[in-house]
Every structure is written in C-alpha cells, then in structure tokens.
Design a protein around this ligand. Structure first.
Ligand code: SAH
Ligand code: SF4
Length: 434
C-alpha cells in the first residue's frame, strides 16, 4: 500500500454499506483515493464516497483527535455476487444466507433463463423492496454481443465480450434440421490441432460455467428461441473435457426446469478424447451425446494432427468408447476432418472401419474448412464420397458435414480471436502468417 494512507482505522460497522475510515497525510486525487481503497479492501468491489469529515460524527471525532490530519472516509461495498455462476441449489443457499426466502431462487432462474431478464428492477413478480435489496447484493453478468454477423446461409456468428474483455465466438446454425447453438468452453485451446485456427491461439483461459451457459442465454434471446427447443453443440472454441467442471456445471444450469430446460439429449460434447475426462463423463447423471474427434487411423498420424494423442493414444480412446454407457439406440459420433492427400485415402477409410468395429458408432466426415495459416487442403467431393462409400459398405452410418457460415468465418475450426481480444481481419492474417 502506498504510504499516503497512513492508517486504515477500520470498518465502521452497523452501517450499510460498511464504511472504512482512514487518514492520509496529503490531499489525494480521486483516482489515488480509489487505488487506496482498492488496496485496503484487497481488491473488493469498492464503491467510494469521499465525504467531508465533519459531516460524519465519527469522522469529525477522528479529525479532532488527530488535529491537522485530514480524514478521508471511504464507503466500501461488499462485492456483488454474480448469480450467473450459480446453479439452483447454490442460488437458494445464497438467498438464504442473506435472509431471503429460498423459493425466490426459482423465480430468479425463470427471469434470467426463460425470459432473458437480468435487471432486478424488471422482475415484476418480486416485491419492490426485494428487487431493491437484490440489486445491492447481486448481479447477473452476461456476455456482451460485440458483433453479430450473418452468413448468406442464415448462420450467425456472435463475438461475445466477457467481463475481463476477453472475447469468444458462438455460432447459431439454423435448420440442421433443428436450430443449433455452437458454443465455446475456453478462450482459445491448448490442444494445438494442426488444422484448427482456435488451436493457433493457445489456451488463454477456461470459461466459467456462467460464461458457457451465458452464451446460450444470449444466443437464445438474440434468435428469439428462449421458448423453443434448440440443440447445443460444444464445438466452438476450446476442448470441453479440458474444462470439465465448468462445462458440466453449465449443462446442469441449462438443464434446470426453471430455466431453459435443455435436455442432455439435445447437447453434443465434442472432444479430442481426453481419457480421464471420458471416464468421468461415463458416470454423469446428465450425459450429453458424445462426439470423438478422431481424424486419423494410426497413432503416428494422429499424434501429428492431434497432439494430445501422444498422451491418450487411439487404442486407449477406443477402448474407453467401447465401455462407454450408451442409451438404447444411441451411438458415439466419430468426427473425421478430411485433409487432402493426408488422411483421405481408401486405405484410411478401410482402417477407420476396422478401428470402429465393436463400437456403436456413426461417422461424421468433415471436409477441411481451409483458412490462411492452415497447411492443408480440402479434398474434392469425389474423394469425400469415395471415402464415405467405403465406410457405408462396411455397415457404418456416415454423414458428411455441410460447411456453414464459411463467408463469415463461422465454420468449424475457423473461430479465432487473438489472446481472446478481437482483432481485425488483417491482424488475424498477420497472426496466422507468423
Ligand atoms: N475441441 C473439441 C471441440 C471443438 S472443435 C474437438 O476438437 O472436438 C469442433 C470440431 O471442429 C472438431 O471435430 C474439430 O476437429 C473440427 N475442426 C477443427 N478445425 C477444423 C477445420 N479447419 N475444418 C473442419 N473442421 C475443423
Ligand atoms: Fe482445440 Fe478442438 Fe481446435 Fe483441436 S480442433 S485445437 S481440440 S478446438
């Protein structure tokens, strides 16, 4: 702490908000005062009111006692609790802790998730007094839309800014055949797959559960789907099993019947196959559909394309998949990004069919979405069809993913914001060329 504030004289209890009294030797600017209060409260959310010492009986007493020493009074407000991070039981507990009725939690959930309202003042089935108190105790932090681009095919890419100014991307894909939100679980990604722009960013940080669920709140409100069914694919930026707790808590929050009531059957989690994460997932009560990003049929090639394969090789992943508990009629999707001349030969297709034998599997072929800085090419439609036919001949269900939102760089693997801070197209290009 800077020496200007010579004494933090303690909190004046019994006042709301609590008041911190301190003395300083010289006059400080407002900014310096704010810094001091911030230091004294150890980074607490300090809203500061500087008042004349004489206007407060304790302040006046202090200035008399320390004749000649100006007394500065800070009002310190306890940090607001962010309700966006709480599941329903946590929200009930937070309300009870502050002397409110627990049942208000369900009302709050309905406002925040079902109706997209985060301003307590507008929650009209709560009393005015309660609304006013909630506003002094809580906040609902929501990702801010900084851009909303529309593709010719109806896909919309949202750049969302988080509380720390990091940015992420989330994509709305209509008619696939359902409405689908593709959302992010991390800012960037640590996995470093050679064909993916997000991988080029490296990992900036995990998203919190509130930020993951917040993307769905924002997209559902922006697309008018708060009251309609939609699918969620965890196929935006990041590796969901590398942020296991944040991801699963977000799914619990989104599942709550007082909120958006998203059934796990409508959620698909796509992963490179982090085996301990898969094993935890196998025991989840709310289990989403599983998609494994396979992309190669030999360890040598997969370790090259998907570096985590060095730790969790093909045999281990596939063995975990064989044991994975699946509901009747459900299957694991195996995603396979097709890179021309690399992993798209008939031999690759035959090896893939063999690897998947004994697994309730379906294969989703994804012809590469090329981008500057990605050292691979997209194969021709004929090559993709031939590959698909070989799999189908071996009784595998195969689909070819249609690329959506290419014109606005919203397609798989095209999501990138440097350091989580949105860059212009030219700046992104420079980054990719490094
Ligand atoms: N990290 C997870 C989920 C996000 S990536 C995962 O890798 O599974 C979602 C999907 O997009 C993955 O299957 C990934 O392999 C695919 N993808 C990444 N880059 C791509 C690109 N350039 N073209 C096509 N698909 C890509
Ligand atoms: Fe990460 Fe998935 Fe991209 Fe690989 S493909 S770098 S795991 S986001």
């Amino acid at each position: 702490m800077c020496g200007c504030v010579t004494n933090a004289l303690g909190f004046c209890r019994g006042q709301r908000p609590p008041t911190l009294l301190a003395t300083c030797r010289k006059s400080l600017t407002d900014r310096e005062l704010e810094e001091q209060a911030h230091n004294i409260t150890r980074g607490g959310n300090a809203a500061i009111a500087k008042t004349a010492p004489q206007s407060d009986s304790r302040g006046a007493l202090l200035s008399r006692r320390r004749s000649g020493t100006p007394t500065v009074q800070f009002k310190v407000v306890a940090p607001l609790l962010n309700l966006a991070e709480l599941d329903l039981p946590e929200l009930e507990a937070a309300l009870a802790d502050r002397g409110h009725e627990r049942f208000h939690a369900r009302q709050l959930y309905r406002w925040i998730y079902k109706r997209g309202v985060t301003d307590f003042e507008k929650m009209t089935d709560l009393s005015k007094t309660l609304r006013a108190r909630l506003a002094t105790e809580f906040e609902v932090v929501t990702p801010k839309v900084v851009s909303d681009q529309r593709s010719v095919d109806g896909t919309r890419k949202f750049v969302l800014e988080l509380a720390d100014q990091r940015c992420i991307e989330a994509v709305f894909i209509p008619d696939t055949p359902a409405m689908t939100f593709c959302i992010s679980t991390q800012v960037g990604c640590a996995m470093g797959c050679g064909f993916c722009l997000t991988g080029k960013m490296g990992l900036v940080r995990n998203l919190t559960a509130g930020e993951i669920a917040g993307q769905v709140r924002v997209l559902a409100a922006a697309t008018g789907l708060l009251d309609h069914p939609f699918n969620i694919v965890l196929m935006g930026m990041g590796e969901p099993l590398h942020n296991y707790d944040g991801t699963m808590k977000a799914l619990r929050m989104l599942h709550d019947e007082n909120g958006l009531s998203v059934s796990p059957r409508r959620v698909t989690l796509s992963t490179v196959g982090i085996v301990p994460g898969l094993e935890r997932l196998a025991h989840e009560p709310l289990m989403p559909n599983l998609a494994i990003s396979l992309h190669a049929t030999t360890d040598e090639q997969r370790s090259e394309l998907v570096p985590p394969n060095r730790k969790y090789p093909l045999a281990e992943i596939l063995e975990t998949c064989r044991r994975f508990p699946l509901k009747r009629r459900s299957r694991i999707t195996f995603e396979y990004v097709m890179l021309e001349g690399v992993n798209d030969t008939p031999e690759d297709a035959r090896r893939l069919a063999k690897l998947l034998s004994g697994i309730k599997a379906k294969v989703n072929l994804i012809p590469l979405n090329p981008a500057p800085g990605i050292p691979y090419e997209r194969p021709s439609d004929e090559r993709v069809d031939r590959f698909a036919q070989i799999l189908a001949d071996r009784y595998l269900t195969v689909s070819v993913r249609k690329s959506r939102g290419q014109d606005i760089r919203a397609a798989c693997g095209q999501l990138i914001v440097e350091g989580g801070v949105k860059k212009s197209a030219a700046q992104q290009m420079a980054l990719l060329m490094r």
